[in-house]
Write a protein that binds this ligand. Structure first.
Ligand SMILES: O=P(O)(O)OC[C@H]1O[C@H](OP(=O)(O)OP(=O)(O)O)[C@H](O)[C@@H]1O
Ligand SMILES: O=c1cc[nH]c(=O)[nH]1
Length: 223
């Protein structure tokens, strides 16, 4: 879909609901191809919007494989953030692991936006406290560049070239009660001379406590 031009400072839509649907379908197929099927694959969404995205991708993978469901859960990274000291009042999210756990599984982390990479760094630390996956892969709906850590996504819905000060906003029916959309807000916060990212963005590519966060395990976490 073409980017919708708007006045400076306004948000412009870069992905519509059908674009989001197509991207998730492609990611589902790419995960299956990379892993030669869905055996041992566990999807963990990172709250907030990574969770419904993981559920949607898992549903697509299951449908393709003729399975009823695939193991899917949520991984809260709040207590593993590296900026907790500056923002001590963050609300804890829920970590829900499928019944079979993550040991020796291929864990696919799912998030809506990949930016600095710090959320994913925190997710890897959170995973480390929960088990030892055979491999960890990363799927994101949008990679907007500007990485601050050596982290890259294995599966990308859309690479978006952005200026650092811009803000990519993902809205989903499950979390925002509006049709799916991805927008970029520009203008107001953008600094003069801020370069557009050049790190690969811009191309479409085919119940306990751990670390302070609540953890749930069990079959009910399988969807
Ligand atoms: O690569 P990074 O620089 O870490 O940025 C990406 C993260 O930022 C957003 O989460 P946010 O912390 O805004 O929380 P939310 O998902 O609850 O909106 C987004 O959902 C990613 O998880
Ligand atoms: O633009 C951004 C940066 C981080 N997280 C988002 O959701 N959007």
């Amino acid at each position: 879909m073409a980017t919708t031009p708007t006045s400076p400072g306004a948000a412009r839509q870069v992905l519509s609901d059908s674009d989001v649907a197509r991207s998730l379908t492609r990611i589902a197929h790419e995960i299956l191809e990379r892993n030669h099927g869905s055996d041992d694959v566990v999807l963990l969404g990172i709250p907030t919007r990574g969770v419904p995205l993981a559920e949607r991708i898992a549903a697509r993978m299951a449908a393709t494989e003729g399975r009823e469901s695939l193991p899917v859960g949520a991984l809260d990274i709040t207590m593993y953030r590296d900026d907790l000291r500056g923002q001590p009042t963050r609300t804890l999210g829920l970590t829900t692991l499928p019944g079979a756990g993550i040991d020796d599984k291929v864990v696919v982390l799912v998030d809506d936006v990949l930016f600095s990479g710090r959320t994913i760094r925190a997710a890897l630390d959170a995973l480390n406290d929960l088990g030892r996956p055979r491999a960890v892969q990363l799927a994101v709906l949008v990679d907007r560049g500007h990485r601050e850590l050596p982290i890259r996504a294995d599966f990308v819905g859309k690479n978006l070239p952005t200026a650092r000060a811009e803000r990519v906003r993902v809205q989903l029916t499950e979390t925002d009660d509006v049709p799916d959309a991805v927008t970029i807000a520009d203008g107001a916060a953008r600094r003069a001379g801020d370069a557009v990212s050049s790190d690969g963005a811009g191309q479409d590519t085919p119940g306990g406590r751990v670390g302070g966060a609540a953890v749930e395990t069990g079959e009910e976490a399988q969807r």
